[in-house]
Design a binder for this molecule. Structure first.
Ligand code: ZN
Length: 260
């Protein structure tokens, strides 16, 4: 298997690809929940409707050059655009640094835009689109196949996670009359079950729970209306990405640490 070379000659192009895919994430996360086609229609300024040219669409730089305003009408452009593009570049570089081999790197950088789009749509719309979960599930199968090849175990874990999520959800609804985790989050947990072996999957569940508590706490403090449903998908996806990229390393270090 080809190693994933993690020097400047790979990391700089990875960062550039990350910016471009980040730009794709901003467009997809805007259009998908609004039912707009992704393939057709050039990007337009949402304020003045002016079709944007290639110069307007250079990630981060065009936003900085025009001081976060539309070049045509001067209305403010949300910081979500450069923030998402930079985060994507950072995650592509992180994937380059963590990937065990070339195929793992390809799968990781394929997952980044899908996971980021899911996280952004959940935060902005409280939705977890099935089409994105499906793409992530296919990538999870490929990941498992490229790892210990225990694809059937992965599917069984996913089914068990899905079943447990459904039982928990039904119980929570019965007790409180409200929706708890939500089926979207259960589906994402099932996807993690497909890709991750038992150890990393338990790590994933723990990290997702802890991150959910931390982010949920921050959410209550900073949101103007804290009673809005907390978007749990970003915590799940961060825990999933972490467990995929460095789960084995964390577990090995933990074993060494615990055995003194
Ligand atoms: Zn405009």
């Amino acid at each position: 298997m080809l190693p994933a070379p993690s020097d400047a000659t790979t990391l700089i192009p990875l960062a550039a690809f990350g910016l471009v895919f980040g730009s794709f994430v901003t467009a997809l996360s805007y259009r998908l929940p609004r039912g707009e086609s992704i393939a057709h229609g050039r990007s337009r300024c949402p304020a003045c409707g002016q079709t944007l040219t290639a110069a307007d669409l250079v990630p981060v730089l065009s936003w900085v050059a025009h001081r976060g305003a539309c070049r045509h009408c001067g209305s403010k452009i949300s910081w979500r655009y450069p923030a998402i593009e930079l985060a994507s570049a950072g995650l592509f570089v992180a994937a380059g640094l963590c990937a065990a081999d070339f195929l793992h790197l390809v799968l990781l950088v394929a997952m980044v835009p899908v996971m980021m789009t899911l996280a952004v749509i959940d935060v902005e719309h409280r939705r977890v689109p099935n089409i994105l979960v499906l793409i992530l599930a296919v990538l999870a199968l490929a990941w498992r196949w490229n790892g210990d090849q225990a694809v059937l175990t992965g599917v069984a874990t996913a089914a068990a996670a899905g079943f447990a999520g459904m039982i928990l959800e039904a119980g929570y609804k019965r007790l409180t009359g409200k929706t708890g985790l939500g089926m979207g989050d259960t589906k994402l947990t099932a996807v993690a079950g497909v890709a991750l072996a038992v150890g990393p999957f338990l790590l994933f569940l723990t990290v997702a729970g802890v991150l959910g508590l931390i982010l949920g706490g921050i959410w209550r403090v900073i949101m103007p209306r804290p009673h809005d449903t907390f978007p749990f998908a970003p915590a799940i996806l961060m825990a999933y990405g972490l467990s995929l990229a460095v789960g084995d390393t964390i577990l090995q270090r933990l074993v060494i640490f615990l055995s003194g």
